[in-house]
Design a binder for this molecule. Sequence first.
Ligand code: HEC
Length: 367
Amino acid sequence: MAQIAKTGFVFVLDRRTGKSLFPIEYRKVLPSPLDGEKLAETQPYPVKPPPFTRQAFTEDMVTNRTPEAHAAVLETLRKVDSKGMFTPPSLRGTMLFPGTDGGGEWGGAAFDPATGLLYVNSNEQPWIIRMVTHDTTSLYKNNCGGCHGDDLKGAPPNFPSLVDIGSRRTRAELLQVVREGTGRMPGFADLARNVDEIVDFLITGKDNGKVDPEAAKNDPNWLKYRNEGYILFRDPQGYPPLTPPWGSLNAIDLNKGEIRWRIPFGEYPELVAQGLKDTGSDNYGGPVVTASGLLFIGATSFDKKFRAYDKLTGKLLWETVLPAAGNATPAVYELDGREYVVIVCGGGKNGAASGSSIVAFALPEKE
Ligand code: HEC
């Protein structure tokens, strides 16, 4: 059994016993600087296979796309703690790398029993998390700031801005969204009449909603700190702040515990036009591998491509552009003796265009 992780590790276990097939070292990691937070003292590091993503954002990795981007990113990097992937969240701010969109993704991996190769696409996108004291002065900050930001600006497009939301939504609409939730946002029915106070704040900007300090003290779920917001760290022009690859496709030999091939995966068309190719990019959705020797994958957010690689070498054999990014895992099937591969094209991640189509390709009809 092989489990890929957002850390970039693959744990390879005997499915009958759960025993790891490669040694695992438990290495000491940093303690939390936050009062009352107790973290595990060690974390498991499989000795093999090597990680399929970088695991620390260090100064030698700061983007060289332009001198201005380099300077701006270096300044931010120096303001936060960045001591590798187990750097605990702090009040100062922590570089989360691999990030929440990093390492393996929900599309999962593909495995080829004929060769023992495991195929994993990976993201290399750092995020910043900063903890703030969970105080009792603002219902908005306590309940909503973690996603929409204490300053209401959110982190679009994942977490929408609520600046001037009163001019875009009626009071009734806002009450409904907060009580019942919408899309990826949970509902806050438990807040009962405090929902009115939060909506007043969204409309008027006056934060009268205080949390009752006595109630907070008696609430077993009340935590001393909370996350200030989800901040995807990009350079000032919106590109990943580190040296490429910003996304990769990996073939891992599970018998040897080695990476067989690893290639940059995805591009930004406007950067390609400027001569910056093979950077890799955000990619979501998994691969499929066929007995005949092909690896099919969409996933790349900005070039919206669907590709077929030679499964043994990683050589690109065919590619096409989809109507929107194929952020899904393709399916391969056969009907009346003819083979097809099909993928859902939804797009819409981290600023990429959205779509709503399903595209199928057929192999040429046999003679
Ligand atoms: C866990 C993260 C999270 C929290 C906490 C959260 N939201 Fe949201 N909110 C979202 C997301 C994501 C969306 C976009 C929903 C979608 O379309 O999928 C959203 C959408 C909204 C919208 C609609 C925005 C628009 O442009 O129509 C409003 C209003 C809103 N949130 C208010 C709040 C308020 C007020 C709170 C606190 C009570 C809150 N949210 C807490 C994640 C969150």
